[in-house]
Write a protein that binds this ligand. Structure first.
Ligand code: PBG
Length: 327
């Protein structure tokens, strides 16, 4: 051999050696488990496009959360399927709304569990948009500022129900500031905000919209969620949310936006989370069902890559299972 070979393979020979030099580690304490709460009792309604994920009534939500918690998963994030939808998202901010009821039960039944609530209106609006819609003939507009008030009201009612962290995902401008002011005014100055700061308009949300019954009935979300082409704009979104009072930030989806996670980690010092969304989950499940990938291996590899990119917390439908695999 004419040239000297640098032997990186020396440290790859055995698992103990590989483990010794491993740069990134995955552990259940970085997982947040998303749960879809629905009306009724004893209900576990499977979501077709997300095998293994179900809509859960409050009692089942408690059971599922307890199980995850006992495996070392520190927190859950709640999404609600209300009894009724309307044009002002009543179900989102009602004191006895589905998420509010679930939060009360969880705080009582699983002490220590961090309860996060998603703040958005799409699940509660008859039209499935994340804000108030002003229709004008065949045209429509999603109204920004009037929506802020409903989002703020939702956040306050969730805090009242005992929610530990408020997580706005609507992507209206100014919502973090509006929610912060409302929480402070209502006596919840100590309730943190986890902002879905860089949330992209993504095809990967498809299965979630089945799970949360929240697909827009017309149009799409491109006038409020971000264009997938824009990294610099993502930094600006995050920066503004921090200025408005966000305590934690999120990038979403995760795997197709690892560069955004890495850039956010480089630039901002707040706790950074990433959401492995429904479509990322569904892809793994579908390929595994076909025998095309090794399911458990790919689950852990995808989660590890999100951590390596720089996210300290991962919202993942695999939280419970990955915790078990790691345990
Ligand atoms: C609400 C919301 C969505 C998701 C989280 N919060 C759907 C959307 O924006 O359409 C998606 C999560 C997932 O796909 O797992 N706006």
């Amino acid at each position: 051999m004419a040239f000297p070979i640098t032997r990186l393979r020396r440290l790859r020979q055995t698992e103990p050696l590989r483990s010794l030099v491993r740069e990134t580690r995955l552990s259940p304490e970085s997982f947040i488990y998303p749960l879809f709460v629905c009306p009724g009792e004893g209900v576990r309604k499977a979501v077709g496009s997300m095998p293994g994920v179900s809509n859960l009534s409050v009692d089942q939500t408690v059971q599922e959360a307890r199980e995850a918690y006992s495996l070392g998963v520190p927190g859950v994030i709640l999404f609600g399927l209300p009894e009724k939808k309307d044009e002002v998202a009543t179900g989102a901010w009602a004191e006895d709304g589905i998420v509010q009821r679930a939060a009360r039960a969880l705080k009582k039944e699983v002490p220590g569990l961090v309860v996060i609530a998603d703040v958005c209106l799409c699940e509660y609006m008859s039209h499935g948009h994340c804000g108030i819609v002003k229709a004008a003939g065949s045209d429509y507009e999603i109204l920004n500022d009037p929506t802020l008030e409903i989002l703020a009201r939702t956040a306050v009612s969730q805090a009242r129900a005992g929610v530990d962290i408020i997580a706005p995902s609507d992507m209206m401008d100014g919502r973090v500031g509006a929610i912060r002011r409302a929480l402070d005014a209502a006596g919840f100055a100590n309730t943190p905000i986890l902002s879905y700061a860089a949330k992209f308009a993504s095809g990967f949300y498809g299965p979630f919209r089945e799970a949360a019954d929240s697909a827009p009935q017309f149009g799409d979300r491109r006038s409020y969620q971000m264009d997938g082409a824009n990294l610099r704009e993502a930094m600006r979104e995050i920066e503004l949310d921090i200025e408005e009072g966000a305590d934690m930030i999120m990038v979403k989806p995760a795997l197709p936006y690892l560069d955004v996670i890495a850039a956010a980690r480089e630039r901002f010092d707040l706790p950074l989370s990433a959401y492995q969304v429904s479509g990322e989950y569904a892809m793994i499940e579908a390929a595994a069902r076909n025998g095309w990938i090794e399911r458990e291996r790919v689950i852990l590899e995808s989660l590890l890559s999100i951590r390596r990119a720089g996210a300290s917390l991962i919202l993942t439908y695999y939280a419970k299972e990955a915790a078990r695999l790691l345990g």
